[in-house]
Design a protein around this ligand. Structure first.
Ligand SMILES: NC(=O)c1ccc[n+]([C@@H]2O[C@H](COP(=O)([O-])OP(=O)(O)OC[C@H]3O[C@@H](n4cnc5c(N)ncnc54)[C@H](O)[C@@H]3O)[C@@H](O)[C@H]2O)c1
Length: 339
């Protein structure tokens, strides 16, 4: 049974990945400072899987504590989700983002080298690409992020490339996520952002349960199918499974990889809202608002490298994503806080 440290394991993608790891014989150990999550989420994973799940309230910037945890559990791999992820917030608070995302990853890598933990899976993002030069984005598309959040992800990618070149680490998987939505089909875990949601889907779901009056649609005059922004939404369970496949690959074919994780299809804001209305049976009132500065009209992934290197491809469609998002939101209208 392979022990895997999962940083940020109480968060949205982290909890779903712990479920998939446990289902496939891995033993995750969670570290989280709960800045954007709740310990209740980990209890839900334990209940859902009927497995033990050791966890520590710790910050990835505490190198000594992370080294101790890696050594104590003989971790062979780290999946690194911990970090801050809100684009708008990163413009307002760049130093916090560089601290959590860049200094945090530096600290974690230092701890891994000290503890002799060799395998690293990193949560990168499609935001590293920036304004599209061509679509779909392939992994070779120029990297030119348009906001501090994306800059922190690119900085970590560059740090990892230098570390690989130095020979200090070779088994590194950089996973560039597109737009994960949805939830585990049980409805027991899902995305529960603190404060006002920054992402579209949790906002839509909170409107559907009556926590917010209406959805603001930022721009309806883009050069897209219906004028609203287009993104490549993928089911969080599909995304979680890619992490298990990345770990499997290290045993089969050691060495670094960088892959896009998306479906390869874009959906507009209005298409997503209509699909969610269909799944939930609720109306989503809309306000059309001006474009937000820095927003990109449309982008989606070329996910073919994930298929050839990991054997991964997205299985779920938009209707599945909306059904499972609604299962989570309707069973947990106030997220984990009411538990
Ligand atoms: N959700 C997305 O749309 C998306 C897209 C691309 C990339 N990503 C990246 O994937 C990762 C996971 O995203 P998520 O959606 O699950 O976010 P999330 O906020 O739900 O999870 C991140 C977790 O990390 C924890 N955390 C933050 N800073 C920490 C620190 N210094 N030490 C320890 N724990 C810390 C938070 O409490 C939270 O539980 C992030 O790195 C994010 O940037 C997310």
């Amino acid at each position: 049974m392979k022990q895997v440290l999962v940083t940020g394991g109480a968060g949205y993608i982290g909890t779903h990945t712990c479920v998939e790891l446990l289902a496939r014989g891995y033993s995750p150990v969670v570290v989280d400072n709960f800045v954007n999550s709740s310990p209740v989420a980990l209890d839900r994973v334990r209940r859902l899987t009927n497995h033990e799940l050791p966890s520590y309230e710790a910050d990835v910037r505490d190198t000594a504590q992370i080294t101790d945890i890696l050594k104590k559990h003989n971790c062979e791999a780290v999946i690194h989700f911990a970090g801050l992820k809100a684009v708008g917030d990163s413009v307002a608070r760049p130093l916090e983002y560089y601290s959590a995302n860049v200094i945090g990853t530096h600290s974690l890598l230092t701890a891994m080298i000290d503890a002799g933990t060799a395998q690293f899976v990193f949560s990168s993002s499609a935001t590293v690409y920036g304004e599209p030069v061509f679509l779909p984005y392939t992994e070779t598309h120029p990297l030119s992020p348009t906001n501090p959040y994306g800059q922190t992800k690119l900085t970590v990618e560059l740090m990892l490339n230098d570390l690989i070149a130095s020979g200090a680490m070779t088994d590194v998987a950089i996973l560039r996520y597109f737009n994960p939505i949805g939830a585990h089909e049980s409805g027991m875990i899902g995305e529960d952002p603190h404060g006002v949601p920054n992402n579209l889907m949790p906002y839509v779901a909170q409107v559907a349960v009556g926590r917010r009056p209406a959805l603001n649609v930022f721009g309806d005059d883009y050069d897209t199918v219906d004028g609203t922004g287009v993104r490549d939404y993928l089911h969080v369970v599909d995304l979680a499974r890619a992490h298990v496949l990345a770990l499997n690959r290290f045993s089969r074919a050691p060495g670094p990889i960088t892959v896009n994780l998306g479906t390869g299809h874009g959906s507009s804001v209005l298409e997503l809202v209509r699909a969610f209305e269909q799944a939930s049976g609720r109306d989503i009132p809309l306000n059309i608002a001006p474009r937000r500065p820095g927003d990109i009209a449309a982008f989606w992934a070329d996910p073919s490298q994930a298929e050839s290197l990991l054997g991964w491809r997205a299985e779920f469609d938009l209707a599945d994503m909306c059904r499972d998002q609604w299962a989570w939101q309707s069973q947990n209208p106030h997220g984990f806080s009411a538990s």
